[in-house]
Design a protein. Structure first.
Length: 90
């Protein structure tokens, strides 16, 4: 239970960092606004992090792959979601 709470807190922090980096990455093009970027990034990071936490071991991969997936995929997924918002708003 404590592992999941720590995971969620870390994913919220990752989402906030990605939301803050969205402006400089895409030169302040924020079609859903600053709050929207933060909210979308946090929700994406938490959802992808939890999905990785449960799905990777169910697929038969080791704990090393679980931790590697949880470390990389939520940030990359949140960036992808924010990029899709920008592409969809053109």
């Amino acid at each position: 239970m404590l592992n999941i709470l720590i995971l969620i807190v870390v994913m919220v922090i990752v989402g906030l960092i990605i939301g803050a980096l969205a402006g400089p990455i895409w030169k302040d093009k924020r079609p859903i606004g600053v709050r929207g970027d933060y909210i979308a990034a946090v929700i994406s990071a938490v959802a992808i992090g939890l999905l990785d936490w449960y799905v990777i071991p169910a697929m038969g991969f080791s704990n090393t792959m679980r931790y590697l997936g949880v470390a990389i995929e939520p940030a990359a997924g949140a960036l992808l979601v924010l990029w899709l918002f920008r592409v969809a708003r053109r």
